[in-house]
Design a binder for this molecule. Structure first.
Ligand code: NDP
Length: 323
């Protein structure tokens, strides 16, 4: 089969397309014929060696994918060969076939296409935990969504609206803001608008925003503190700027702010939180209230281009690779 291989860490062009043996599922694993891989910002950071965990090379990237179950390892029960599944694993999905522990399978409505299913797990579970599990968002509250046309941003807008929240969306271009409005954002503001802090505070009734999903980091993190309402909750989910942010705890004291980190990988080990999110999301996706946003789609031999487009802010929705 064809698979992407990374032998040394670095920019996207360290990825090479190679021939590799079709993997056999170990006990407890299933093998999936990969239809679509969801490419996350985290994949690009992992290839660069800048992710939260150390990347061991050589390896095949790709943590999120969807496809058709092709073979079952010993002891796997309750999974049917021939059904479409989404999956969340550590790596290995940027290939024609991938194996994953059966526990890593995410049930998806069979009405979703392969690309929609691959666009679902990371962004929607993260958005749910940011808005609900950790963010404790309540209907009628305002939430600020940064990088609003991206994979996580589009998921966050849809879920926030489904939960009855009011959404302020920030993004870098008018085209991206138009996408945010189409998904239901109530107020849209250019990320580089010189008056962005005042405009965001004014939009939320002049008092600042009670809930902020922070994904840019760096010097923008200070702005999030300035945009927050008293007792505001800032959920730190990403650092797309790849710059260090400064946090002075006394600033939190003055306005009783809360800053909470969110990492989906560790939250997935929290069984009750995962089950609760899965239940809520299955209902919303099943009823069509939220629809995974498929972005630009690339072939396996265009993987370098896909990663570069994601890092250079040229994409909206979930970047997809179809092997
Ligand atoms: P996106 O599809 O949102 O793409 C990244 C977006 O970040 C860009 O389109 C861009 O939007 C924005 N951005 C802002 N500043 C920069 C910058 N300096 N360089 C590049 N991009 C920038 O990607 P994802 O949905 O995969 O991820 C979004 C963020 O959420 C990332 O930081 C990611 O690491 C994080 N994340 C974290 C998770 C967790 O478990 N903690 C899980 C999922 C995502 P614009 O041009 O509009 O500013």
């Amino acid at each position: 089969m064809r698979a992407i291989r990374v032998e040394r860490l670095g920019p996207p062009d360290v990825m090479q397309l190679q021939d590799a043996p079709v993997p056999s599922p170990a006990p407890g694993e299933v093998r999936v014929r990969v239809e679509a891989v969801g490419i996350n910002f985290a994949d690009a950071l992992a290839v660069a060696g800048e992710y939260l965990t150390r990347t061991r090379v050589p390896y095949t990237p790709g943590m999120e994918f969807a496809g058709i179950v092709d073979a079952l390892g010993e002891g796997v029960q309750g999974v049917q060969v021939g059904t479409r599944v989404a999956a969340l694993g550590g790596s290995g999905a940027m290939a024609e076939y991938a194996t994953v522990p059966a526990a890593g399978l995410i049930p998806v409505p069979q009405t979703l296409s392969g690309a929609q299913a691959a666009a679902f797990p990371v962004s929607y579970f993260t958005a749910y935990h940011g808005l609900k599990t950790l963010g404790r968002g309540e209907a009628g509250e305002w939430v600020l969504v940064q990088a609003a046309a991206g994979a996580l941003g589009t998921a966050s807008i849809q879920l926030a609206k489904a939960m009855g929240l009011n959404v302020i969306a920030l993004a870098s271009t008018d085209e991206k803001l138009e996408i945010a409005r189409t998904l239901g954002a109530d107020v849209t503001i250019l990320q580089d608008d010189p008056d962005r802090v005042k405009k965001v505070r004014d939009a939320a009734g002049g008092k600042g925003v009670p809930l902020i999903l922070e994904v840019v980091g760096g010097k923008r993190f200070q702005e999030s503190l300035d945009m927050a309402a008293s007792r505001g909750r800032i959920i730190v989910i990403g650092n797309a700027s790849r710059e260090q942010a400064n946090l002075r705890p006394v600033e939190l004291m003055k306005r009783n702010l809360t800053v909470t980190g969110l990492w989906l990988t560790s939250l997935m080990n929290d069984a009750p939180a995962t089950q609760e999110a899965a239940r809520a999301l299955a209902e919303l996706v099943g009823s069509g209230q939220v629809v995974p946003q498929v972005g630009p789609t690339y072939a396996l031999d265009q993987s370098v281009q896909a990663f570069e487009d994601l890092l250079n802010r040229r994409t909206t929705g979930k970047v997809i690779i179809e092997p």
